[in-house]
Ligand binder design. Structure first.
Ligand code: G
Ligand code: G
Ligand code: MN
Ligand code: NA
Length: 254
């Protein structure tokens, strides 16, 4: 209750900020994208981790205004880096199901792109496999309208849910992000190693981009490179960084 009470006022009190984790081209090491990650520094509670407050924000729909703030902030920051003359990168933003369910979600995204001046091709919306299949035609329609805006769509935590690679095409998905639980099993000689190489091979055939999440070791990186995975994210490259540290990383790895 304490957490929820404080969460209601967190936006007005400016207690949120974003961190950015680099997503790199596995072959060149260059930064190609960033994933924005929400952080809450509460005056009363200190730093509250996302896994504690995001589920609550989803339950009481606060994730809708919070998510809007995240989108705006992430787009604004990405435009700012471009205006500084840096190599343009894609900004990946996590979007909750609750946000997708709003009838005005596509308009909201469109308005934010207009307000911030960010070219839509540099925004990527990360959705999870929990997207509803009951009302699949409504979902397909909305994702296709988002795709028509020019923004990119990625499937987060791929492999942990039920969606098939075939479905991703119907959902206008451009990129799939292999869940880090599979990546961490690479080189432990489990079935998951085979699953990773198979996902990459099939994604390449379907012309989907692939990001391997949670890369922590050089062995995992070599395996992914040998299996033609294009992009990677994980502590091996960098932890999520504050905006100044990210800028430094971007300048050094462009
Ligand atoms: O950065 P970290 O590992 O602490 O993130 C934990 C979880 O919180 C991740 O699953 C991530 O997808 C989620 N998350 C981080 N930022 C956001 C956000 O802005 N919106 C939503 N809906 N989820 C987020
Ligand atoms: O669910 P999602 O993919 O959005 O989660 C992203 C989260 O994964 C971020 O909160 C980030 O802190 C975490 N993360 C990123 N790279 C690594 C990694 O190499 N190892 C681990 N354990 N977590 C990571
Ligand atoms: Mn994510
Ligand atoms: Na993930």
């Amino acid at each position: 209750f304490l957490l929820e009470n404080n969460l209601w006022f967190a936006l007005d009190k400016n207690e949120f900020h974003l961190e950015y984790q680099p997503i790199v081209d596995i072959n060149s090491g260059h930064v190609v994208a960033a994933e924005s990650l929400l952080r809450w520094k509460s005056e009363k509670l200190g730093l509250v981790p996302p896994y504690s407050f995001i589920p609550i924000a989803e339950e009481n729909n606060l994730i809708v205004p919070i998510g809007k703030w995240v989108l705006n902030e992430a787009c604004r920051q990405n435009k700012k880096w471009q205006d500084m003359g840096l190599n343009p990168i894609t900004m990946a933003v996590n979007v909750s199901l609750k946000q997708f369910e709003q009838d005005d979600f596509v308009d909201t995204v469109s308005q934010i792109l207009e307000d911030t001046g960010l070219d839509p091709q540099y925004l990527e919306l990360e959705i999870t496999e929990s997207i509803p299949v009951e009302n699949i035609s409504k979902t397909i329609d909305m994702l296709s309208r988002l795709s028509s805006l020019g923004v990119r769509l990625s499937m987060d935590d791929f492999g942990t849910g039920y969606s098939s690679l075939g479905q991703l095409k119907k959902l206008s998905i451009d990129t799939l992000k292999i869940d880090r639980s599979f990546v961490s099993d690479i080189n432990k000689n489990t079935d998951n190693t085979q699953i990773v190489s198979t996902i990459i091979a099939m994604a390449n055939i379907l012309n989907l981009h692939v990001v391997a999440e949670g890369i922590e070791t050089d062995n995992q990186l070599s395996f992914l490179r040998e299996n033609s995975c294009n992009m990677g994210q994980g502590y091996l490259f960098s932890r999520p960084l504050g905006k100044d540290a990210f800028l430094k990383f971007l300048v050094e790895n462009s």
